[in-house]
Write a protein that binds this ligand. Structure first.
Ligand code: ZN
Length: 391
């Protein structure tokens, strides 16, 4: 869907801060590997991942960047991708994304993927890192710790991890591990020790409910913005337990502390919008859903996300992982969907053009810069792109 009118061009050129994404693979992919990376499900025998909204969006919007006609057949697409090689493919799509900064979750990498700096190199963007706290906890367990020392050692390891240069936030995948229907209260020390004793028998994935609560409260103590996976994800998530509205009591208890960024949210983006409306420090994005719907439906998702959300509360993210097509497609879906949505409101005289441009700038980059303390603009960025952490 092409946006038209006065907003299309400014949105197409708008600098983007991709506040939640992952690396792109650093290897050539077989057709089967590529197809498995463009679905959150499995590759099913006899069914191509290309025969889906995201698959046709790749053929429509990514094929031209590989010098192919729009809607090129999957076989042509994969052959051209293989001929160009992963370095050139990544370079083209990451450059096309127009992202000025990437905040990269480095805690999920089942494939060899780019480091944050490698991801940002092609578009000349700034690279920042988001530390996944479950990974920190699991590393503490893996190296061996007594149950009564777990809380102290986890806290120390988390503090050390966020001191690394370029770290701007922490993230939790509690949605995957326990869901959000947790006791919202901060667990007492003795409770944490007993839970650690249970977990440390086997270690592995942290899914012990008391320790997941403890992890969320440790995030509050760290003082950095906390990204929370909510809603849409792969088959590992129990979607009904990943509804961010289940966090309401915890958000009451932690009100006035750290910024909480609800990631993805779909299909609970209206619940997330409510939370962002009533809690001062709650924000949301609709990453992942943007490229899975493609530009054909991104306007609808953004319209729903912004029905009541204050305009300083929505951020842009791609949540791209693996294929650099998604870093591009997320950006394109956001730009086109937002341009079409804002244009319709301007045409209906529900919004002035200057106000529409302010909303576009806030959601594209300003809100993220303010939250993570990122430098104001490309030109103002200090060498190395170090965050200033004004949060
Ligand atoms: Zn993600």
């Amino acid at each position: 869907m092409a946006a038209s009118g006065a907003l299309q061009e400014p949105l197409a050129a708008m600098p983007l801060v991709d506040h939640h994404c992952h690396g792109a693979v650093t290897a050539d992919l077989t057709p089967a590997q590529f197809e498995s990376l463009i679905t959150e499900g499995e590759s099913w025998p006899g069914v191509s991942s290309f025969d889906s909204p995201v698959g046709v969006a790749v053929r429509r919007h990514c094929a031209p960047l590989l010098d192919l006609p729009r809607h090129a057949p999957p076989a042509d697409y994969l052959a051209r991708r293989a001929a160009l090689g992963w370095r050139e493919v990544n370079r083209r799509f990451l450059t096309a994304s127009g992202a000025e900064a990437f905040c990269v979750d480095t805690g999920y990498a089942p494939h060899p993927v780019t480091s944050p700096a490698e991801l940002a190199a092609a578009p000349g963007a700034a690279a920042y890192e988001v530390v996944r706290l479950e990974g920190v906890a699991e590393a503490v367990a893996a190296r061996g710790v007594e149950a009564d020392a777990y809380a102290r050692e986890f806290r120390a390891a988390a503090e050390e991890a966020v001191r690394r240069p370029g770290v701007v936030a922490v993230k939790s995948v509690a949605a995957y591990r326990t869901g959000f229907a947790l006791d919202p209260a901060r667990p007492a020390g003795a409770e944490v020790t007993r839970a650690a004793a249970r977990w440390l028998v086997d270690g592995g994935r942290l899914s012990e409910p008391v320790l997941v609560r403890h992890l969320l409260w440790t995030a509050v103590d760290l003082g950095l913005p906390l990204q929370l996976h909510t809603g849409f994800g792969d088959a590992d998530v129990r979607l009904h337990r990943a509804d961010p509205a289940l966090l309401t009591d915890w958000l009451h208890l932690t009100a006035g502390t750290i910024p909480v960024l609800l990631l993805h949210c779909w299909p609970y983006h209206r619940q997330a919008a409510y939370l962002a409306t009533v809690f001062e420090r709650v924000y949301l994005d609709v990453g992942l859903a943007l490229h899975y719907t493609g530009p054909a439906r991104s306007r609808a998702v953004l319209e729903e996300a912004l029905e009541i959300t204050p305009f300083r509360k929505l951020l842009y993210s791609s949540d791209a992982y693996g294929v650099a097509e998604f870093h591009h497609l997320g950006a394109l879906s956001f730009r086109q969907g937002l341009a079409a949505m804002l244009q319709a409101r301007v045409t209906a005289d529900e919004l002035s053009l200057p106000d529409a441009l302010r909303v576009a700038a806030w959601t594209s980059h300003d809100n993220a810069r303010r939250l993570y303390g990122l430098p104001e603009s490309r030109s103002a960025r200090e060498p190395g792109g170090r965050p200033t952490r004004k949060v």
